[in-house]
Design a protein around this ligand. Structure first.
Ligand code: HEM
Length: 416
Protein backbone atom coordinates (compact mmCIF):
# COMPACT_ATOMS: atom_id res chain seq x y z
CA UNK A 1 0.00 0.00 0.00
CA UNK A 2 1.43 3.43 -0.85
CA UNK A 3 2.50 5.59 2.09
CA UNK A 4 0.00 8.32 1.38
CA UNK A 5 -3.07 6.05 1.22
CA UNK A 6 -5.65 7.21 3.73
CA UNK A 7 -6.82 4.33 5.90
CA UNK A 8 -9.42 6.38 7.71
CA UNK A 9 -11.59 6.78 4.63
CA UNK A 10 -14.58 4.44 4.52
CA UNK A 11 -13.57 3.08 1.19
CA UNK A 12 -13.30 -0.66 1.19
CA UNK A 13 -14.95 -2.07 -1.89
CA UNK A 14 -14.90 -5.56 -0.37
CA UNK A 15 -16.93 -4.49 2.65
CA UNK A 16 -20.53 -5.78 2.41
CA UNK A 17 -21.75 -2.41 3.77
CA UNK A 18 -20.10 -0.61 0.87
CA UNK A 19 -21.61 -3.08 -1.57
CA UNK A 20 -25.08 -2.59 -0.14
CA UNK A 21 -24.86 1.21 -0.26
CA UNK A 22 -21.72 2.87 -1.63
CA UNK A 23 -23.25 6.35 -1.78
CA UNK A 24 -22.38 7.62 1.73
CA UNK A 25 -18.73 6.67 1.08
CA UNK A 26 -18.80 8.47 -2.27
CA UNK A 27 -20.20 11.56 -0.59
CA UNK A 28 -17.40 11.60 1.95
CA UNK A 29 -14.88 11.23 -0.81
CA UNK A 30 -16.40 14.18 -2.71
CA UNK A 31 -16.52 16.40 0.35
CA UNK A 32 -13.25 15.52 2.05
CA UNK A 33 -10.97 13.67 -0.38
CA UNK A 34 -11.83 14.69 -3.95
CA UNK A 35 -8.59 13.09 -5.10
CA UNK A 36 -7.55 10.14 -3.00
CA UNK A 37 -5.11 7.32 -3.42
CA UNK A 38 -7.16 4.12 -2.95
CA UNK A 39 -6.21 0.85 -1.28
CA UNK A 40 -4.14 -0.48 -4.20
CA UNK A 41 -2.57 2.80 -5.23
CA UNK A 42 -4.99 3.97 -7.92
CA UNK A 43 -6.29 7.53 -7.54
CA UNK A 44 -10.02 7.91 -6.90
CA UNK A 45 -11.80 10.88 -8.46
CA UNK A 46 -15.29 11.49 -7.15
CA UNK A 47 -16.61 14.95 -8.18
CA UNK A 48 -18.72 15.45 -11.31
CA UNK A 49 -16.63 18.18 -12.84
CA UNK A 50 -13.36 16.29 -12.37
CA UNK A 51 -14.76 13.02 -13.73
CA UNK A 52 -16.31 14.82 -16.69
CA UNK A 53 -13.17 16.64 -17.73
CA UNK A 54 -10.79 13.72 -17.11
CA UNK A 55 -12.98 11.43 -19.23
CA UNK A 56 -12.39 13.77 -22.16
CA UNK A 57 -8.74 14.51 -21.32
CA UNK A 58 -6.33 13.17 -23.92
CA UNK A 59 -3.58 13.09 -21.29
CA UNK A 60 -5.39 10.06 -19.93
CA UNK A 61 -4.94 6.69 -21.64
CA UNK A 62 -6.37 3.21 -21.20
CA UNK A 63 -3.51 0.81 -21.83
CA UNK A 64 -3.56 -0.76 -18.37
CA UNK A 65 -1.81 -3.91 -19.43
CA UNK A 66 1.42 -1.98 -20.03
CA UNK A 67 1.10 0.37 -17.10
CA UNK A 68 3.28 0.91 -14.07
CA UNK A 69 0.14 0.41 -11.98
CA UNK A 70 -0.39 -3.13 -13.16
CA UNK A 71 3.26 -4.02 -12.73
CA UNK A 72 3.00 -2.88 -9.12
CA UNK A 73 -0.31 -4.54 -8.34
CA UNK A 74 0.56 -7.78 -10.04
CA UNK A 75 4.04 -7.78 -8.53
CA UNK A 76 2.45 -7.69 -5.10
CA UNK A 77 -0.01 -10.41 -6.09
CA UNK A 78 2.81 -12.88 -6.75
CA UNK A 79 4.34 -12.03 -10.13
CA UNK A 80 1.44 -13.45 -12.07
CA UNK A 81 0.82 -11.65 -15.35
CA UNK A 82 -2.32 -9.51 -15.32
CA UNK A 83 -5.39 -11.57 -16.16
CA UNK A 84 -6.12 -9.26 -19.04
CA UNK A 85 -7.10 -10.33 -22.46
CA UNK A 86 -3.91 -10.89 -24.36
CA UNK A 87 -1.85 -11.56 -21.27
CA UNK A 88 -1.70 -14.95 -19.72
CA UNK A 89 -2.78 -16.51 -23.03
CA UNK A 90 -0.11 -18.12 -25.16
CA UNK A 91 0.66 -16.51 -28.51
CA UNK A 92 -1.88 -13.78 -28.12
CA UNK A 93 -1.31 -10.14 -28.96
CA UNK A 94 -4.75 -8.61 -29.52
CA UNK A 95 -6.37 -6.39 -26.94
CA UNK A 96 -9.86 -5.31 -26.06
CA UNK A 97 -10.10 -2.02 -27.92
CA UNK A 98 -11.68 -0.43 -24.87
CA UNK A 99 -8.23 -0.82 -23.32
CA UNK A 100 -6.18 0.74 -26.12
CA UNK A 101 -5.16 4.27 -27.06
CA UNK A 102 -5.16 5.97 -30.45
CA UNK A 103 -4.18 5.17 -33.16
CA UNK A 104 -4.93 1.50 -32.34
CA UNK A 105 -8.19 2.43 -30.64
CA UNK A 106 -9.33 4.56 -33.58
CA UNK A 107 -8.69 1.75 -36.06
CA UNK A 108 -10.39 -0.99 -34.04
CA UNK A 109 -13.38 1.05 -32.88
CA UNK A 110 -13.92 2.46 -36.37
CA UNK A 111 -14.42 -1.00 -37.83
CA UNK A 112 -17.18 -2.08 -35.48
CA UNK A 113 -18.79 1.35 -35.13
CA UNK A 114 -20.66 0.77 -38.41
CA UNK A 115 -22.70 -1.94 -36.68
CA UNK A 116 -23.89 0.46 -33.96
CA UNK A 117 -25.19 3.48 -35.89
CA UNK A 118 -28.70 4.76 -35.03
CA UNK A 119 -29.97 3.45 -38.39
CA UNK A 120 -28.76 -0.09 -37.71
CA UNK A 121 -30.11 0.05 -34.17
CA UNK A 122 -33.58 1.13 -35.24
CA UNK A 123 -33.61 -1.75 -37.73
CA UNK A 124 -32.97 -4.15 -34.84
CA UNK A 125 -35.89 -2.86 -32.78
CA UNK A 126 -38.56 -5.34 -33.98
CA UNK A 127 -36.35 -8.33 -33.23
CA UNK A 128 -35.50 -6.93 -29.79
CA UNK A 129 -39.23 -6.48 -29.06
CA UNK A 130 -39.73 -10.09 -30.11
CA UNK A 131 -36.97 -11.24 -27.75
CA UNK A 132 -38.61 -9.37 -24.87
CA UNK A 133 -41.94 -11.04 -25.67
CA UNK A 134 -40.35 -14.48 -25.80
CA UNK A 135 -38.55 -14.00 -22.50
CA UNK A 136 -41.41 -12.43 -20.56
CA UNK A 137 -44.21 -14.52 -22.05
CA UNK A 138 -47.08 -15.07 -19.62
CA UNK A 139 -45.61 -13.88 -16.32
CA UNK A 140 -46.19 -15.66 -13.02
CA UNK A 141 -46.87 -13.49 -9.95
CA UNK A 142 -43.40 -14.10 -8.54
CA UNK A 143 -40.20 -14.60 -10.46
CA UNK A 144 -36.52 -13.65 -10.56
CA UNK A 145 -36.29 -10.67 -12.90
CA UNK A 146 -32.59 -11.24 -13.54
CA UNK A 147 -33.08 -14.85 -14.54
CA UNK A 148 -36.21 -14.23 -16.58
CA UNK A 149 -35.24 -11.08 -18.50
CA UNK A 150 -32.19 -9.04 -17.49
CA UNK A 151 -29.55 -11.76 -17.82
CA UNK A 152 -30.69 -13.59 -20.96
CA UNK A 153 -31.77 -10.51 -22.94
CA UNK A 154 -28.38 -8.95 -23.80
CA UNK A 155 -26.80 -12.20 -24.95
CA UNK A 156 -29.89 -12.98 -27.08
CA UNK A 157 -29.59 -9.58 -28.80
CA UNK A 158 -25.80 -9.58 -29.15
CA UNK A 159 -25.92 -13.25 -30.10
CA UNK A 160 -28.19 -12.38 -33.00
CA UNK A 161 -25.98 -9.46 -34.09
CA UNK A 162 -22.84 -11.59 -33.96
CA UNK A 163 -24.41 -14.78 -35.25
CA UNK A 164 -23.78 -16.87 -32.13
CA UNK A 165 -25.91 -20.04 -32.37
CA UNK A 166 -28.74 -19.92 -29.81
CA UNK A 167 -27.67 -23.20 -28.20
CA UNK A 168 -24.25 -21.68 -27.35
CA UNK A 169 -25.51 -18.39 -25.97
CA UNK A 170 -25.99 -19.42 -22.35
CA UNK A 171 -22.28 -20.17 -21.96
CA UNK A 172 -21.59 -16.45 -22.31
CA UNK A 173 -23.41 -15.52 -19.15
CA UNK A 174 -20.80 -17.19 -16.94
CA UNK A 175 -17.87 -16.09 -19.10
CA UNK A 176 -18.88 -12.48 -19.11
CA UNK A 177 -19.49 -12.19 -15.38
CA UNK A 178 -15.94 -13.56 -14.83
CA UNK A 179 -14.37 -11.31 -17.44
CA UNK A 180 -16.24 -8.21 -16.29
CA UNK A 181 -14.26 -8.40 -13.05
CA UNK A 182 -11.43 -6.85 -15.08
CA UNK A 183 -13.06 -3.54 -14.32
CA UNK A 184 -12.39 -3.88 -10.62
CA UNK A 185 -9.09 -2.13 -10.65
CA UNK A 186 -8.78 -1.70 -6.96
CA UNK A 187 -10.02 -5.03 -5.73
CA UNK A 188 -7.30 -7.49 -4.85
CA UNK A 189 -7.58 -10.77 -6.70
CA UNK A 190 -6.83 -14.14 -5.13
CA UNK A 191 -4.78 -16.64 -7.15
CA UNK A 192 -7.90 -18.79 -7.68
CA UNK A 193 -9.95 -15.83 -8.86
CA UNK A 194 -7.19 -14.80 -11.27
CA UNK A 195 -7.03 -18.37 -12.61
CA UNK A 196 -10.80 -18.50 -13.07
CA UNK A 197 -10.70 -15.20 -14.94
CA UNK A 198 -7.89 -16.34 -17.19
CA UNK A 199 -9.77 -19.55 -17.95
CA UNK A 200 -12.93 -17.61 -18.89
CA UNK A 201 -10.90 -15.28 -21.14
CA UNK A 202 -9.19 -18.25 -22.82
CA UNK A 203 -12.45 -20.14 -23.38
CA UNK A 204 -14.40 -17.15 -24.65
CA UNK A 205 -11.67 -15.95 -27.03
CA UNK A 206 -11.14 -19.54 -28.18
CA UNK A 207 -14.84 -19.82 -28.92
CA UNK A 208 -14.83 -16.67 -31.08
CA UNK A 209 -11.61 -17.61 -32.89
CA UNK A 210 -13.24 -20.86 -33.85
CA UNK A 211 -16.52 -19.20 -34.85
CA UNK A 212 -14.69 -16.60 -36.97
CA UNK A 213 -12.79 -19.45 -38.64
CA UNK A 214 -16.09 -21.11 -39.56
CA UNK A 215 -17.43 -17.85 -41.04
CA UNK A 216 -14.46 -17.52 -43.37
CA UNK A 217 -15.49 -17.46 -47.03
CA UNK A 218 -19.18 -17.25 -46.15
CA UNK A 219 -21.78 -14.66 -47.11
CA UNK A 220 -23.43 -14.24 -43.69
CA UNK A 221 -24.96 -10.95 -42.65
CA UNK A 222 -23.84 -11.06 -39.02
CA UNK A 223 -21.13 -8.79 -37.60
CA UNK A 224 -18.48 -11.53 -37.37
CA UNK A 225 -18.98 -12.38 -41.06
CA UNK A 226 -18.58 -8.68 -41.90
CA UNK A 227 -15.36 -8.44 -39.93
CA UNK A 228 -14.04 -11.66 -41.48
CA UNK A 229 -14.87 -10.38 -44.98
CA UNK A 230 -13.21 -7.02 -44.28
CA UNK A 231 -10.11 -8.99 -43.38
CA UNK A 232 -10.29 -11.19 -46.45
CA UNK A 233 -10.62 -8.06 -48.57
CA UNK A 234 -7.27 -6.94 -47.26
CA UNK A 235 -8.09 -4.38 -44.61
CA UNK A 236 -8.51 -4.55 -40.99
CA UNK A 237 -8.50 -6.98 -38.17
CA UNK A 238 -6.39 -10.04 -37.44
CA UNK A 239 -8.33 -13.17 -36.35
CA UNK A 240 -7.24 -12.48 -32.78
CA UNK A 241 -8.47 -8.90 -33.01
CA UNK A 242 -11.83 -10.15 -34.29
CA UNK A 243 -12.09 -12.56 -31.36
CA UNK A 244 -11.03 -9.89 -28.85
CA UNK A 245 -13.56 -7.45 -30.28
CA UNK A 246 -16.38 -9.97 -29.97
CA UNK A 247 -15.43 -10.69 -26.36
CA UNK A 248 -15.48 -6.98 -25.65
CA UNK A 249 -18.90 -6.48 -27.23
CA UNK A 250 -20.50 -9.35 -25.36
CA UNK A 251 -18.95 -8.51 -22.00
CA UNK A 252 -19.57 -4.76 -22.32
CA UNK A 253 -23.22 -5.41 -23.13
CA UNK A 254 -24.01 -8.31 -20.84
CA UNK A 255 -23.15 -7.07 -17.39
CA UNK A 256 -24.04 -3.44 -17.88
CA UNK A 257 -27.39 -4.02 -19.50
CA UNK A 258 -28.49 -6.66 -17.00
CA UNK A 259 -27.54 -4.25 -14.22
CA UNK A 260 -29.58 -1.49 -15.84
CA UNK A 261 -32.77 -3.56 -15.83
CA UNK A 262 -32.15 -4.88 -12.33
CA UNK A 263 -31.43 -1.41 -10.97
CA UNK A 264 -34.48 0.02 -12.76
CA UNK A 265 -36.71 -2.63 -11.18
CA UNK A 266 -35.32 -1.76 -7.74
CA UNK A 267 -36.07 1.93 -8.34
CA UNK A 268 -39.62 1.07 -9.46
CA UNK A 269 -40.20 -1.19 -6.46
CA UNK A 270 -39.12 1.62 -4.14
CA UNK A 271 -41.00 4.33 -6.04
CA UNK A 272 -44.20 2.78 -7.41
CA UNK A 273 -45.34 6.21 -8.62
CA UNK A 274 -42.49 6.30 -11.14
CA UNK A 275 -43.56 2.99 -12.66
CA UNK A 276 -47.19 4.08 -12.79
CA UNK A 277 -46.17 7.31 -14.51
CA UNK A 278 -44.11 5.44 -17.08
CA UNK A 279 -47.02 3.12 -17.82
CA UNK A 280 -49.45 6.04 -18.15
CA UNK A 281 -47.13 8.35 -20.11
CA UNK A 282 -44.78 6.34 -22.34
CA UNK A 283 -43.41 9.68 -23.63
CA UNK A 284 -41.45 10.08 -20.41
CA UNK A 285 -39.49 6.92 -21.21
CA UNK A 286 -36.25 8.59 -22.27
CA UNK A 287 -36.22 11.03 -19.35
CA UNK A 288 -37.00 8.18 -16.94
CA UNK A 289 -34.20 6.04 -18.32
CA UNK A 290 -31.76 8.93 -18.07
CA UNK A 291 -32.67 9.53 -14.45
CA UNK A 292 -32.37 5.84 -13.55
CA UNK A 293 -28.99 5.74 -15.32
CA UNK A 294 -27.89 8.79 -13.32
CA UNK A 295 -29.12 7.55 -9.95
CA UNK A 296 -28.24 3.86 -10.23
CA UNK A 297 -25.66 3.47 -12.98
CA UNK A 298 -24.81 -0.05 -14.15
CA UNK A 299 -21.08 0.87 -14.20
CA UNK A 300 -19.86 2.81 -11.17
CA UNK A 301 -16.36 3.53 -12.33
CA UNK A 302 -14.13 3.76 -15.36
CA UNK A 303 -10.38 3.60 -15.28
CA UNK A 304 -7.60 5.56 -16.93
CA UNK A 305 -3.80 5.61 -16.92
CA UNK A 306 -2.14 9.04 -16.80
CA UNK A 307 0.06 9.61 -19.84
CA UNK A 308 1.39 12.96 -18.63
CA UNK A 309 1.63 14.66 -15.21
CA UNK A 310 -1.79 15.98 -14.17
CA UNK A 311 -2.33 18.52 -11.38
CA UNK A 312 -5.53 18.09 -9.44
CA UNK A 313 -6.56 19.30 -5.98
CA UNK A 314 -2.99 20.16 -5.05
CA UNK A 315 -1.54 16.78 -6.04
CA UNK A 316 0.29 15.59 -9.11
CA UNK A 317 -0.84 12.40 -10.78
CA UNK A 318 2.28 10.97 -12.40
CA UNK A 319 2.50 9.28 -15.81
CA UNK A 320 1.75 5.58 -15.37
CA UNK A 321 -0.53 6.11 -12.36
CA UNK A 322 -3.99 4.58 -12.52
CA UNK A 323 -6.99 6.83 -12.00
CA UNK A 324 -10.49 5.61 -11.20
CA UNK A 325 -13.26 7.97 -12.20
CA UNK A 326 -16.19 7.25 -9.91
CA UNK A 327 -18.94 8.21 -12.33
CA UNK A 328 -21.64 6.97 -9.93
CA UNK A 329 -20.36 9.49 -7.41
CA UNK A 330 -20.16 12.28 -9.98
CA UNK A 331 -23.78 11.59 -10.92
CA UNK A 332 -24.84 12.40 -7.35
CA UNK A 333 -22.58 15.39 -6.85
CA UNK A 334 -24.49 18.21 -5.15
CA UNK A 335 -22.11 20.63 -6.89
CA UNK A 336 -23.65 19.63 -10.23
CA UNK A 337 -27.22 18.53 -9.44
CA UNK A 338 -30.00 19.92 -7.24
CA UNK A 339 -31.27 17.26 -4.81
CA UNK A 340 -29.13 14.61 -6.49
CA UNK A 341 -30.61 11.73 -4.45
CA UNK A 342 -34.10 12.38 -5.84
CA UNK A 343 -35.47 10.71 -8.97
CA UNK A 344 -36.72 13.72 -10.91
CA UNK A 345 -37.49 13.12 -14.55
CA UNK A 346 -38.16 16.82 -15.11
CA UNK A 347 -34.73 17.85 -13.94
CA UNK A 348 -32.72 20.27 -16.01
CA UNK A 349 -29.06 19.88 -15.48
CA UNK A 350 -25.91 18.41 -16.85
CA UNK A 351 -26.01 14.99 -18.50
CA UNK A 352 -25.13 11.93 -16.41
CA UNK A 353 -21.73 10.28 -16.81
CA UNK A 354 -22.98 6.71 -17.00
CA UNK A 355 -22.07 6.10 -20.65
CA UNK A 356 -18.73 7.92 -20.24
CA UNK A 357 -17.48 10.77 -22.43
CA UNK A 358 -14.88 11.40 -25.09
CA UNK A 359 -13.27 8.89 -27.42
CA UNK A 360 -14.28 5.87 -25.30
CA UNK A 361 -17.92 6.97 -25.01
CA UNK A 362 -20.03 3.82 -24.89
CA UNK A 363 -20.30 2.43 -28.38
CA UNK A 364 -23.41 0.51 -27.37
CA UNK A 365 -25.30 3.45 -25.84
CA UNK A 366 -27.97 3.69 -28.58
CA UNK A 367 -28.40 -0.09 -28.54
CA UNK A 368 -28.62 -0.24 -24.74
CA UNK A 369 -31.17 2.57 -24.70
CA UNK A 370 -33.32 0.94 -27.36
CA UNK A 371 -33.15 -2.42 -25.56
CA UNK A 372 -34.06 -0.81 -22.24
CA UNK A 373 -37.05 0.96 -23.81
CA UNK A 374 -38.32 -2.31 -25.27
CA UNK A 375 -37.81 -4.18 -22.00
CA UNK A 376 -39.67 -1.53 -20.00
CA UNK A 377 -42.48 -1.41 -22.56
CA UNK A 378 -42.73 -5.19 -22.23
CA UNK A 379 -43.01 -4.84 -18.47
CA UNK A 380 -45.42 -1.89 -18.31
CA UNK A 381 -47.63 -3.67 -20.83
CA UNK A 382 -47.90 -6.74 -18.58
CA UNK A 383 -47.75 -5.50 -15.02
CA UNK A 384 -49.03 -2.49 -13.07
CA UNK A 385 -46.58 -2.69 -10.17
CA UNK A 386 -43.50 -4.50 -8.98
CA UNK A 387 -42.26 -5.16 -5.45
CA UNK A 388 -39.20 -6.92 -4.12
CA UNK A 389 -39.43 -10.28 -2.39
CA UNK A 390 -37.14 -10.34 0.65
CA UNK A 391 -35.40 -7.53 2.47
CA UNK A 392 -31.87 -7.71 1.20
CA UNK A 393 -30.71 -7.37 -2.36
CA UNK A 394 -27.91 -9.73 -3.36
CA UNK A 395 -25.59 -7.51 -5.40
CA UNK A 396 -23.02 -8.94 -7.78
CA UNK A 397 -19.50 -8.86 -6.31
CA UNK A 398 -17.07 -6.07 -7.16
CA UNK A 399 -17.46 -2.32 -7.38
CA UNK A 400 -16.73 -1.54 -11.02
CA UNK A 401 -20.21 -2.57 -12.01
CA UNK A 402 -23.25 -2.57 -9.77
CA UNK A 403 -26.46 -4.49 -10.12
CA UNK A 404 -28.31 -7.37 -8.47
CA UNK A 405 -27.18 -10.96 -8.94
CA UNK A 406 -30.73 -12.14 -8.31
CA UNK A 407 -33.90 -10.11 -8.00
CA UNK A 408 -36.98 -12.03 -6.85
CA UNK A 409 -39.99 -9.81 -7.50
CA UNK A 410 -43.73 -9.97 -6.97
CA UNK A 411 -45.83 -8.27 -9.61
CA UNK A 412 -49.38 -7.10 -10.04
CA UNK A 413 -50.45 -8.34 -13.44
CA UNK A 414 -52.64 -6.26 -15.69
CA UNK A 415 -56.01 -7.75 -16.42
CA UNK A 416 -57.37 -8.20 -19.90
C1 HEM B 1 -26.75 0.32 -19.90
C2 HEM B 1 -25.82 -0.31 -20.49
C3 HEM B 1 -24.42 0.19 -20.66
C4 HEM B 1 -23.66 1.03 -19.90
C5 HEM B 1 -24.04 1.70 -18.60
C6 HEM B 1 -22.37 1.15 -20.54
C7 HEM B 1 -21.34 1.94 -20.05
C8 HEM B 1 -20.17 2.16 -20.73
C9 HEM B 1 -19.14 3.10 -20.32
C10 HEM B 1 -19.19 3.94 -19.05
C11 HEM B 1 -18.16 3.06 -21.23
C12 HEM B 1 -16.91 3.93 -21.25
C13 HEM B 1 -15.72 3.25 -20.68
C14 HEM B 1 -14.55 4.21 -20.54
O1 HEM B 1 -14.65 5.39 -20.81
O2 HEM B 1 -13.51 3.74 -20.11
C15 HEM B 1 -18.54 2.08 -22.22
C16 HEM B 1 -17.78 1.74 -23.29
C17 HEM B 1 -18.14 0.75 -24.18
N1 HEM B 1 -19.36 0.11 -24.27
FE1 HEM B 1 -20.90 0.35 -23.04
N2 HEM B 1 -22.37 0.39 -21.66
C18 HEM B 1 -23.61 -0.21 -21.79
C19 HEM B 1 -24.03 -1.04 -22.78
C20 HEM B 1 -23.27 -1.42 -23.84
C21 HEM B 1 -23.74 -2.27 -24.90
C22 HEM B 1 -25.16 -2.84 -25.06
C23 HEM B 1 -22.70 -2.44 -25.73
C24 HEM B 1 -22.77 -3.23 -27.01
C25 HEM B 1 -22.15 -4.04 -27.49
C26 HEM B 1 -21.57 -1.69 -25.20
C27 HEM B 1 -20.31 -1.61 -25.76
C28 HEM B 1 -19.31 -0.77 -25.32
C29 HEM B 1 -18.00 -0.71 -25.94
C30 HEM B 1 -17.54 -1.51 -27.12
C31 HEM B 1 -17.27 0.24 -25.23
C32 HEM B 1 -15.83 0.67 -25.48
C33 HEM B 1 -15.78 1.92 -26.26
C34 HEM B 1 -14.38 2.42 -26.49
O3 HEM B 1 -13.46 2.12 -25.70
O4 HEM B 1 -14.18 3.11 -27.48
N3 HEM B 1 -21.96 -1.08 -24.06
N4 HEM B 1 -19.78 1.57 -21.91
Amino acid sequence: MPDNAVDAVPFNPNDPGFQADPYPAYRRLRDEFPLLRGPLGAYLVSRYEDCESLLRDRRMGKDFANSKFFEQVMGEAGDEPPPFLGLGLDDWDAKLFMLTDPPEHTRLRGLVAQAFTPGVISGLRPSVAETVDELLGELPEEFDLMERLATPMPIRVLGRMLGIPVEDQDRFTAWSSEIAGLLDLDVELSAEAAAARRKAVAECTGYFLELAGRRSGGAGDDLISHLVRAREEGSALTPQEIAATCVLLVVAAQETFSNLLGNAAIVFARQPGAFARLAAEPDVMDAMLDEIMRLEPPAHQVGRIALEPIELHGQTIQPGDAVILLVASGNRDERAFTDPEVLDIDRKGPAHLSFGRGIHYCLGAPLATMMAREALLGLTGRISSVSLVGEEIAYKPGMGLRGPARLPVRVQKRVG
